[in-house]
Design a protein around this ligand. Structure first.
Ligand code: OGA
Ligand code: NI
Length: 358
């Protein structure tokens, strides 16, 4: 797919990587462009923890006729229609593979700037090494990233996959295969939890479904309440599968106007609904607003795998989920990614423009 047909907007070129900014900044002055309007609610210490009961066991979702599957599906439905997210355990992805992925990601960010810049993204397409996409009036996130398309395999842009890091390519490839398996099982279970035919979402994926891997690197900051790692946003995806940093927390989720800290559960994958699934489920499942905060002392790295239907595919609420008690809440849209990016860059939620005014 030609990048230009997907991205009608030019992306801002990557700004100075945060890693470089803190190296050259002896006085600990944070440049204006990175400062957020800090409010008392951004103080992470006083926030409650997200409900730790929202843990889903994938092994219970493999056979829907088993007695534990029914209970797990109810739990899943509850989690996704209230929080929009959960922690997935017993998912079958080897902990050694998750550790290895984390390791090769960290090795990439430990390269010299010159080496990393060989993989820099351009203003045309958002794959590669760089920063998040923000418009000029928005604070820049305290986040360096390496963003790679991992699926479909024939659309990988290997020039952005750092060959210089030993085992990087093999590890990410192996992890992609595992992500595809987890996605399939979860989409079946999500459909089932909504009393839909189990292939409902899977059949929408198609051959060209799009997954990325986003290595998010968050250097520490002396004044963590004056910057934000990732500003509040929802994801423009079907679902996002996040491998958190084992040692450093930072992810927070908004529910009923209250921010909650997401605990790190060793070896769990954190999964959240994205806007595409909220639209397809006619609003039954919630695409939660979340953000990433910065640690004062420690760097943090997460690996997000955003999964989406084929970029140019039309999506809309499923007819099975529209009735007179639940009228259609969203319009149909093709190329949601493009709409998403334009709003995301401005710090707005794209899904709001998809809503049908009742
Ligand atoms: C994302 C995201 C959270 C994190 O990449 O979209 O929300 O903890 N990441 O890095
Ligand atoms: Ni996100």
């Amino acid at each position: 797919m030609a990048a230009a047909s997907v991205l009608p907007v030019k992306l801002e070129l990557p700004s100075t990587p945060i890693q470089e900014l803190i190296k050259s900044n002896n006085t600990n002055q944070i440049p204006e462009r990175y400062l957020i309007n800090s409010t008392s609610e951004s103080n992470g210490c006083v926030l409650p923890w997200m409900d730790s009961s929202i843990i889903i066991d994938l092994q219970h979702l493999l056979d829907f006729s088993s007695p534990c599957a029914q209970k797990e599906l109810l739990k899943l439905r509850h989690a996704l229609s209230s929080w929009g997210c959960f922690q997935l355990v017993n998912h079958g992805v080897a902990s050694s593979l998750m550790d290895q992925l984390h390791y090769v990601g960290k090795e990439f960010f430990a390269l010299t700037l010159e080496e990393k810049q060989k993989y820099s993204r351009t203003a045309e397409w958002f794959e590669g090494y760089g920063c998040d996409v923000v418009s000029e009036d928005q604070p820049i996130n305290w986040n360096d990233r390496l963003h790679l398309r991992i699926h479909p395999p024939q659309q990988r842009n290997l020039k952005f996959w750092p060959e210089i890091v030993p085992n990087f390519r093999e590890t990410l490839h192996e992890y992609s295969v595992e992500m595809r398996k987890v996605l399939e099982i979860m989409l079946r279970a999500i459909a089932k939890s909504l009393n839909l035919e189990e292939n409902t979402f899977l059949s929408q994926l198609g051959e060209d479904s799009t997954f990325f891997a986003r290595f998010n690197f968050y250097p520490p900051c002396q004044h963590p309440d004056r910057v934000v790692g990732l500003k509040p946003h929802s994801d423009g995806t079907l679902i996002t599968i996040l491998l958190q940093d084992k040692d450093v927390e930072g992810l927070q989720v908004l529910k009923d106007d209250q921010w909650y800290k997401v605990p790190v559960i060793p070896n769990a994958l954190f999964i959240n609904v994205g806007d595409q699934l909220e639209i397809m489920s006619n609003g039954i499942l919630k695409s939660p607003v979340h953000r990433a905060m910065i640690d004062k002392q420690k760097e943090r790295m997460s690996v997000a795998v955003p999964t989406s239907v084929a970029i140019d595919k039309e999506i809309g609420p499923l007819s099975e989920l529209i009735d007179k008690d639940r009228p259609r809440l969203y319009k149909n849209v093709d190329n949601y990614l493009s709409t998403f990016l334009q709003h995301y860059a401005r710090g707005e939620r794209a899904i709001n423009v998809m809503r049908i005014q009742q």
